[in-house]
Design a protein around this ligand. Structure first.
Ligand code: MN
Length: 225
């Protein structure tokens, strides 16, 4: 009887030791880097695997890592990424948390805004809304590309839903429509790191290639409210 009890106790201690030794588990309450929805080479030749490797594996990862280190001593630790963005927006003493949280969110949204063999005109409800809001797809495309090209310095180009209309929006640095109570449908990253290896200074060519060959209209339609 005593022997059986001891064996059970030893097994139970062993399982505790092996569990606590599992150091790869993410820390409780930490924000995780989501997996890319496709391989790093899946958007070639429009966006090279080299650009994706740096952009996702270095830039996006660095925003997530920095955010987790800033959250360690913050009352916002444990909130969702969206909750952290809304709670830190416009607060000077939380600028570091806002910038890294918004960049983490914007990049995840950007990866989903693209797919291999995407691009071109959307169909159905989305095309109706684009025609109603901009007059035509060609006019939407021109305004979206112009907004991205006109964004001075680093930032993002967006198609957002504002009530029953769609609008084009550009944001600076880390700023994001979800901090302004607007519903984003798609985004294009216009920071230089998004295109410089493949397009050098030709930001306009990159935005047009995004619209013609990559944009994921299924994702945009799924985001309509
Ligand atoms: Mn980026």
């Amino acid at each position: 009887m005593k022997k059986i009890f001891l064996a059970a106790a030893v097994a139970s201690i062993a399982s505790v030791i092996s569990f606590s030794g599992f150091s790869d588990a993410p820390a409780v309450g930490a924000i995780e880097l989501p997996k890319l929805p496709y391989g790093e080479n899946a958007l070639e030749p429009v966006i090279s695997a080299k650009t994706m490797g740096f952009h996702y594996g270095k830039h996006h990862k660095a925003y997530v890592d920095k955010l987790n280190s800033l959250l360690k001593d913050s009352p916002l630790k444990g909130k969702s990424l969206e909750g952290i963005i809304v709670a830190s927006a416009g607060k000077e003493d939380m600028a570091g948390i806002f910038n890294n949280a918004a960049q983490a969110w914007n990049h995840s949204f950007f990866w989903k805004s693209m797919k291999p063999a995407g691009g071109g005109e959307p169909r159905g409800k989305l095309l109706e809304l684009i025609n109603k809001s901009f007059g035509s797809y060609a006019e939407f495309k021109k305004q979206f590309a112009d907004a991205g090209a006109a964004q001075f310095g680093s930032g993002w180009g967006w198609l957002v839903q504002d009530g029953d209309k769609l609008k084009i929006m550009k944001t600076s640095n880390a700023d994001t429509p979800i901090a302004h109570n607007l519903n984003p449908l798609i985004t294009c990253d216009v920071w230089e790191h998004a295109y410089y290896l493949d397009y050098q200074n030709r930001r306009g060519d990159f935005i047009n290639a995004f619209l013609d060959k990559l944009v994921n209209w299924d994702f945009a339609e799924a985001n309509l409210k």
